[in-house]
Design a protein around this ligand. Structure first.
Ligand code: DI6
Ligand code: FE
Length: 407
C-alpha cells in the first residue's frame, strides 16, 4: 500500500528538456515523501481503492513540480524605495552605489536589525512565494559583511526552514560589496572574506554554497577567483553574479570552477555561453532586476538555447534591484522580456532551478524516486502559468507527499 495516490489530474512532469512532459488523466503514487509511481491512470497496477491509504481526486486540475526560487536575497533589513524614486528621476543603479547608497545602505539596515526582526520580515516576503507553490528557496548572505552580521543573516536563513514549509539552501555572499571599514581596500576585504568570514561561517555549518558579485562596481575576476579557491578548500559549490551591468568575463571564470550557475548574464559573450555549456553551468536569468533597473540589454537567450545551456529563472528578491516576491511573475517576464517560451519558463523554476542548486537528482521534476513536492493549479493548460500577470491559480501545495497549503 502506498501512503497516498492522486488521480484525475493532468500532469506536467518537466522531466524532458524542451517539453512539459504532459500526462493527461494521470496519477501519482507517493510513499515516504517520494514519488513511487507516476503515469497515465489507465496504467496503474490495480484498482485505485486498493493502492494507497489515502486517495486524492484532482478534478482534472494540473499538477507541476513544486517551484524552486534559486536566487534570492530574502533576508535583509530595511527597504530602498527612496532609491527607486532617485532612479525614476534619472540616477542609475551604479551611480547610487558609487555614492555609497545601494547595497551599502542595506548593509547598514541589516547590521542594525535584530535577528527576530530580520526573520519576521523575511517570513512576510516568503509568504507570497509559498502561496505560489515554492518548496525550495535559496537565500544569500551579503548584507552583513562582517563575521557577526554574516552569521546573523545565515542563521536567520536557516531558521526559516524551521518556521515555514520550505527547504532552504544558504549561500555565502560576503563578496557582495566592500564594507565601510575596508573603504579603498577591496583586496584587504577579500583576504578577510577568505581567511575569516568563510571559515567562520562554515564552522557554524551555515554555508551550502558560495557566491560573489563580479562587476566593475563590485569585485574583479581576480578577486572572485580567490573567493572560489577558498570555497574549494571546503569543497563548497560556487556560483556567480556575472555580466549583469558589463562583461567582465565572470561566466568563463565561473565555468572554470565548475560553477552550479552564473546569474544575471545580460552582457554574457558568445565565449561565455560556450564555457558555460561545456561546464554544465546553469544560466539563471533574473528578469525582475532587468525590469526594475530599466535595463535594455537582453541576455543572449537564443545563444544559450543553441548551445544547450540550461536556463533557470528566479526572483532575485532584494531591496535594491528586484523587490519581487513572485516566481509566476518572473515566468511571465522571462517570456515577455527575454523571449523564453512558457515551456522554458516552467522548466526555469522547476527542473533547471533544481540543477542551479545542485538538487537535480532529487527535485525539480516529477519522476519516480524524486521528492513528492508538487503544486495543483486551477488552470486549463500549463502555459497559463506564464501568461497571467498578478494572478495566482495555485490551489494546493504538496510537500514530501503531504498537503501543506490549501487555498
Ligand atoms: N546583483 C543584484 O541584483 C543584487 N545583488 C547583486 O549583486 C542587488 C543587491 C542590492 O541592490 O541590494
Ligand atoms: Fe542577486
Amino acid at each position: 500500500m502506498w501512503d497516498a495516490l492522486w488521480i484525475d489530474v493532468d500532469i506536467a512532469t518537466c522531466a524532458t528538456p524542451g517539453d512539459y512532459g504532459r500526462i493527461e488523466n494521470g496519477a501519482i503514487g507517493v510513499q515516504d515523501g517520494r514519488i513511487t509511481w507516476i503515469g497515465p491512470r489507465g496504467e496503474l497496477p490495480g484498482p485505485v481503492e486498493g493502492l494507497a491509504a489515502v486517495l486524492h481526486e484532482g478534478e482534472q486540475k494540473w499538477v507541476t513540480p513544486a517551484l524552486i526560487d534559486c536566487h534570492t536575497h530574502l533576508v535583509h533589513g530595511g527597504q530602498r524605495a527612496g532609491e527607486f524614486e532617485q532612479r525614476l528621476s534619472g540616477e542609475s543603479y551604479a551611480d547610487i552605489a558609487r555614492a555609497g547608497g545601494g547595497i551599502r545602505s542595506t548593509v547598514a539596515a541589516t547590521r542594525a536589525a535584530g535577528e527576530a526582526d530580520l526573520l519576521g520580515a523575511a517570513l512576510r516576503r516568503l509568504k507570497p512565494l509559498i502561496a505560489e507553490g515554492v518548496t525550495v528557496i535559496e537565500i544569500k548572505s551579503g548584507y552583513g559583511l562582517d563575521l557577526q552580521n554574516e552569521l546573523k543573516m545565515l542563521r536567520v536563513a536557516r531558521a526559516i526552514e524551521r518556521q515555514a514549509p520550505v527547504e532552504v539552501v544558504t549561500t555565502f555572499l560576503a563578496a557582495h560589496a566592500v564594507p565601510p571599514e575596508f573603504d579603498g581596500d577591496s583586496d584587504g576585504y577579500i583576504d578577510f572574506v577568505c581567511d575569516e568570514l568563510l571559515p567562520g561561517a562554515v564552522e557554524q555549518g551555515l554555508v551550502d554554497q558560495v557566491d560573489a558579485f563580479c562587476e566593475t562596481i563590485a569585485f574583479s575576476p581576480a578577486q572572485v577567483e580567490r573567493v572560489f579557491e577558498a570555497a574549494k578548500l571546503f569543497n563548497l559549490p560556487v556560483k556567480l553574479h556575472a555580466e549583469q551591468l558589463s562583461n567582465c568575463g565572470g561566466a568563463e571564470l565561473a565555468a572554470r570552477f565548475g560553477a552550479l550557475s552564473a546569474d544575471h548574464l545580460e552582457y554574457l559573450s558568445a565565449a561565455g555561453v560556450r564555457a558555460m555549456a561545456k561546464a554544465g553551468t546553469v544560466a539563471v536569468l533574473l528578469p525582475g532586476a532587468f525590469y526594475t533597473l530599466g535595463e535594455t540589454r537582453h541576455p543572449p537567450v537564443a545563444r544559450l538555447r543553441g548551445e544547450g545551456v540550461p536556463i533557470a529563472l528566479a526572483s532575485d528578491c532584494n531591496p535594491g534591484s528586484s523587490p519581487m516576491t513572485s516566481l509566476l511573475l518572473a515566468m511571465n517576464m522571462g517570456c515577455v522580456l527575454f523571449g523564453l517560451t512558457p515551456v522554458e519558463a516552467l522548466a526555469g523554476v522547476t527542473r533547471n532551478a533544481a540543477r542551479a542548486l545542485g538538487l537535480g537528482d532529487r527535485r525539480g521534476t516529477l519522476e519516480t524516486g524524486k521528492a513528492a513536492d508538487f503544486v495543483i493549479w486551477d488552470i486549463e493548460e500549463p502555459a497559463e502559468l506564464a501568461y497571467r500577470l498578478g494572478f495566482n491559480p495555485c490551489v494546493e501545495v504538496i510537500r514530501a507527499g503531504a498537503p501543506t497549503l490549501v487555498r
